[in-house]
Design a protein around this ligand. Structure first.
Ligand SMILES: [Zn+2]
Length: 362
């Protein structure tokens, strides 16, 4: 049952997302766009201003009768968020992100072959260096990790980092004395679209291709967590029954056909222009996605990742494979697009998660 606290969280979330999309706007226009009463809008805006995440700007200069209205918007630099992206094969990325989803500072750190504790040590060092560089009060720390992450910020398993049951959230919170959100990388990419994306995203799937393949799901305007925080773990769905042996022991998993290092290698070895390699990989991804999209009636697909994944050829092949396997009712609406924030989407999504937590949104 919805409690008054649930309603408060939902209203804060709704207003903040509306401001990210439409701001700056007047309180009256916020009421119009969201369907909330003017009194509710005023109360929630005051609440968000107390948290220094929303600010009043000048008066509206738009014409019209009556006195000009005060405009409000996200206080982009009221607070900053320290973010880490641990999803790339060879490096960690650390950043300071503002509340409008803009990366203010970015640093990359060669991971070399660090795994286990050594990788955690590097994460903490990046945190210390960025805290020292922060020019605004920090709202919190957002970490996007590959693998399965639970609601308490424990990385349950991240094979490529050699992590099992690593309480990363608690460890960073203890060291830095800041709220910490740890989120799966694909979920972070999905949250970036949900929170800061240009289009209102009620339902979408964000497929992240890096060292592995994962997906983040937004359903009915919320990130979907699933039963065991393993939503979107599509990398080990078999797409080629007699294919290559996968790290998991099976043959022909999606990850044996589509992953960033593997595709980079195949493109390098390709005698042609790489088109066939990209088409084959895109088709395998589309094949794996067709059933998921059909079952959920989701037609908005965002591809996140660099290299092969960011090419038009790969996107078109994935779209073609989905459309060929799904009902026209889905295929006709299907959009397969690049991430709104390009290569920063995972970082920006980690910031979105911190914003959610601090606003009390689950
Ligand atoms: Zn596998």
């Amino acid at each position: 049952m919805a409690t008054p606290e649930d309603a408060r969280r939902a209203n804060r979330s709704l207003l903040l997302r509306t401001l990210h999309r439409n701001g700056p706007v007047s309180r009256a226009d916020l009421a119009k766009v969201t369907g909330l009463t003017r009194a509710t809008v005023s109360a929630v805006v005051r609440d968000l201003m107390d948290d220094e995440v929303v600010e009043e700007l000048g008066l509206s200069t738009a014409g019209g009768v009556g006195k000009p209205a005060t405009l409000v918007d996200v206080a982009a630099d009221g607070r900053h968020v320290l973010c880490l992206d641990l999803s790339e094969p060879a490096r960690f990325v650390g950043a300071i992100v503002n509340l409008a989803g803009k990366v203010v500072v970015r640093r990359t750190y060669d991971r070399k072959d660090r795994t286990g504790r050594s990788a955690v040590t590097l994460v903490r060092r990046i945190g210390r260096e960025l805290v020292a560089d922060a020019e605004r009060p920090l709202l919190g720390i957002g970490v996007a990790s590959p693998g399965i992450v639970d609601a308490d910020g424990v990385v349950v398993t991240a094979a490529h980092l050699g992590w099992t049951g690593v309480p990363l959230g608690a460890e960073l919170a203890a060291e830095f004395g800041l709220p910490v959100a740890v989120v799966n990388d694909a979920n972070a990419a999905a949250l970036a679209e949900l929170t800061f994306g240009a289009e209102p995203a009620r339902n979408l799937i964000c497929v992240r291709v890096d060292e592995g393949v994962g997906a983040g799901l937004v359903l009915d305007g919320r990130l979907f967590a699933g039963s065991t925080y393993a939503t979107g773990e599509i990398g080990h769905v078999v797409v080629v029954p007699d294919g290559d042996v996968c790290a998991c022991g099976k043959r022909g998993c999606l990850e044996t056909e589509v992953s960033a290092p593997l595709l980079a290698g195949r493109l390098q070895a390709d005698a042609g222009d790489g088109t066939a390699v990209l088409q084959r990989a895109g088709e395998h991804l589309g094949t794996a996605l067709a059933t998921v999209l059909s079952a959920l009636d989701v037609a908005d697909v965002v591809l996140s990742g660099s290299g092969a994944v960011a090419t038009d050829t790969f996107r078109a092949a994935a779209a073609g494979a989905i459309a060929a396997r799904a009902m026209p009712v889905l295929g006709d609406r299907l959009v397969v697009r690049a991430a709104t924030f390009g290569f920063d989407d995972v970082l920006v999504g980690a910031a979105a998660r911190v914003l959610d937590l601090e606003l009390g949104i689950r």
